[in-house]
Structure formats: C-alpha cells, structure tokens
Design a protein around this ligand. Structure first.
Ligand SMILES: CSC[C@@H](O)[C@@H](O)C(=O)COP(=O)(O)O
Ligand SMILES: [Zn+2]
Length: 217
C-alpha cells in the first residue's frame, strides 16, 4: 500500500520540479507538472525555472471551466502544456501528469523512427500500468508507447496526443519526437514512479541498441 502524501500540491510540485531538474528532465524551463485534486488543477507556470519554483508560483485552475482560480503575482501564464494536461485529466481520468524533456525520451524517438517505442522482457515493465487505473504489466509483456510528431507550439500537439490516446487506450505515456514525453497516472505517486520506469526503459533500449542488442528479445 502506498503512503498518502500529506503535502499539498503547491508544496509538492516545487519539490518534484527540483528533483526532476536534477535528473535532467526539466532543465532550461522545459517540461511541466500538473496535479488534480477534486475540481482543482494545479499547474506549473510557463517559462519559469522548474528547480526554483515556490508554492506561490503555481496556478490553480477549475477542472470543468478551465478558468484561473488563483494566479501567481508575477506576470506569467499557466504552462503551455495545460491543454495537454487537461486531455490526461478529462480523457484518461488522470490524477497527475508529468511532461519531461529527458534526453532518454528524446533519443528513443530518434532510434525508433516509426509510430511506437516497444520493449519486452524487462523487470521494470512491471512498474507500468495497463491504462490509468489498470493492473501492472508483466515483465514478459511488450510495452508499447506511441510516438507523435513534434509541433511548433505545445498546443499544436493536442490533435496528435488525443489521437494516440484513442488508438492506444492502454498507454500511460506518449512520446513526442525530438521533444520529450507525457506520462500520467491515477495519483502523483503513480505518475512519478511510472515516469521513472518509462525513462529507465528508454535508457535501457538506447544502451541495448548501442551494444547491438535487440530490446524485443
Ligand atoms: C525550453 S522551452 C519548452 C517549452 O516550449 C515546452 O516544450 C515545455 O515543455 C514547457 O512549456 P512551459 O510553457 O514553460 O510550461
Ligand atoms: Zn515540452
């Protein structure tokens, strides 16, 4: 059983931003984090260093109307990823969504030129769920992650993201070529641990290919 965090999202999100920056997932202001708590969506501000966020930097939005309930005092907009986070909340019933610019995520989109990343026979596949609320996969299952093409703005990724969500109903992640990955989960803990498992598997696949090995065996 997972321990429930008592940290409110405005405290938790800056902590996660700092951690993800140290992992190289959210450098140069890239990436984003959003958490849903009931009818309130907490989202990172646009263009702000993720490792330096404070609780007062977070936006609070209404889940149904998308209107801003609370904004930082700084002249700043909610993350450009906000429409994509909403797709995760509204189409996949996510409780949290993490967008990283991890180089592992980016590189697999280059070494898998087709529409999906796949890997099998890895222990860490067991850390990924079949759909937002489904059971964990088996280590012998083939993990499939759709890859969509990048676009000039984050908002332009909406069509590709929603199409991939409907074509791959079991996935909890979507890769964006030359860009990064969106991962969601039922809770922030599940979104975080699955992002870690996905990133680990992306890195393993890159290294296997470098060694001339096949990630599908
Ligand atoms: C380094 S700029 C990256 C952005 O264009 C975007 O891809 C991103 O991930 C973050 O957008 P933001 O609006 O700052 O939350
Ligand atoms: Zn991005």
């Amino acid at each position: 059983m997972e321990k429930k965090s008592s940290l409110p999202p405005p405290v938790l999100i800056p902590e996660l931003g700092h951690l993800f920056y140290t992992l190289g997932w959210m450098t140069g202001t890239g990436g984003g984090i959003s958490i849903r708590e009931g009818d309130t969506i907490f989202v990172t501000p646009s263009g702000i260093q993720k490792e330096r966020l404070t609780p007062s930097d977070l936006f609070l939005l209404d889940f149904h109307t998308r209107s801003i309930l609370k904004a930082p005092t700084l002249p700043v907009q909610p993350s450009a990823c906000t429409p994509l986070f909403y797709h995760c909340f509204q189409l996949r019933d996510a409780g949290a969504c993490i967008h990283t610019h991890s180089q592992n995520a980016l590189l697999v989109t280059l070494i898998y030129p087709g529409p999906t990343f796949t890997i099998t026979n890895q222990e860490m596949i067991k850390g990924i769920r079949r759909g937002t609320h489904g059971p964990g996969l088996a280590n012998t299952d083939t993990l499939v992650v759709p890859i969509i093409e990048n676009a000039p703005t984050e908002e332009d990724l909406s069509d590709g993201l929603t199409q991939a969500m409907s074509e791959y109903p079991d996935t909890c992640a979507i890769l964006v070529r030359n860009h990064g990955v969106f991962v969601w989960g039922a809770t922030w803990e599940k979104a975080k641990t699955m992002t870690e498992c996905y990133d680990y598997l992306f890195e393993v696949a890159i290294k296997m290919k470098q060694l001339g090995m096949d990630p599908h065996c």
